[in-house]
Design a protein around this ligand. Structure first.
Ligand code: AMP
Length: 175
């Protein structure tokens, strides 16, 4: 069995969550399974080894779970992007549209240094609103986007178009 088909077995479709019409890709089973979690992190990190990434940015909350071990494997730092009101120090923010609603994300002002090469990691690329808010946050601090790493891409929502021209890599794509 390929690593990807092993991963697919650990993604649970939850219809109408968090609201009607959304088919939620629940990846908690993937995190719970030791081999699947390790394979997902390895497959996401390995193509990026040696690319000189300074920091991996993870988006609250599942982006922390996948982003932190990728950063560890790459020998990079890890930067937290959180929902409004959670970070304790001086921060900058960006408001964005979700597949289901709007939200505001924040980053500490010293989390990215000018010229840092930043990889943005998250579990799911849906409409691309979250990820493009992260572009604004990184660029407002003078960082340079190296690219994006997602476990899952919902290609029918065309989120990738919002992230051009930055490279986007996804382990699993649903058309
Ligand atoms: P978006 O900003 O539309 O690209 O949405 C991406 C964020 O929302 C990710 O951080 C995901 O965790 C979450 N998300 C959006 N749609 C889904 C979905 N269908 N299944 C699971 N997570 C989703």
């Amino acid at each position: 069995m390929s690593d990807i088909s092993h991963l697919l077995e650990h993604i649970r479709d939850v219809p109408d969550f968090p609201k009607e019409g959304i088919l939620f890709k629940d990846i908690t089973p993937m995190f719970q399974n030791a081999e699947a979690f390790q394979a997902a992190v390895d497959m996401a990190a390995e193509p990026l080894m040696g690319e000189g990434i300074d920091v991996v940015l993870g988006v609250e909350a599942r982006g922390f779970i996948i982003g932190a071990p990728i950063a560890y494997k790459l020998g990079a730092g890890f930067v937290l992007v959180r929902k409004a009101g959670k970070l304790p120090w001086e921060k900058t923010q960006a408001t964005y549209e979700l597949e289901y609603g709007t939200d505001t994300l924040e980053i500490h002002k010293d989390a990215v240094a000018p010229g840092d090469k930043v990889l943005i990691a998250d579990d799911v690329l849906a409409t691309g609103g979250t990820a493009s808010a992260c572009i604004s946050l990184v660029e407002s601090l003078g960082g340079s986007i190296h690219g994006f790493s997602f476990l899952i891409e919902l290609a029918f929502l065309n989120g990738r178009d919002k992230l051009a021209p930055h490279p986007v890599r996804s382990l699993i794509t649903y058309d």
